[in-house]
Design a protein around this ligand. Sequence first.
Ligand SMILES: [Zn+2]
Ligand SMILES: [Zn+2]
Length: 152
Amino acid sequence: MNIFRSDLNAGFKNKLFETEIEHVNDRNIVLENNTLVCELTSCKTKNGFRITGHLINNAVNNCDRCLCSYIVKDKLKVHFNVYNNPSSVDNRKDDILYWPSKKDSIDISDYLIEILLVEVPFKKLCSTDCKGICIKCGSNRNDGSCLCEKNK
Ligand SMILES: [Zn+2]
Ligand SMILES: [Zn+2]
């Protein structure tokens, strides 16, 4: 996912960015349609640009109980600064990406994937009341009671 210098110079507001990511599987995360989606707003700052907005959490998880895949699809806040000069020091807690002035675009895919990786839950559940799979017949108990229960 590239942001172009010309776009940053012009400034953008709630701009939708979508990029197909091919190598995301190396990183142990699967995205819906292999696509990274975010909506960003930029503004100029003293040292470069500040980018805010949100990233769609479209990571595909497999439920630990019923093994179904599910997508949370909530919005994750993103805010970072883009600096041309790595020597500019800033004490704010925001993340900073450096951007050599000879490059006309900056690739933020890796940065966004890191944010998604942090969100991957330790315990994955499609819903808090997931009933899991039947230990006898292996059917998904969220889809209705299996015959084992009826025969009890
Ligand atoms: Zn489940
Ligand atoms: Zn069963």
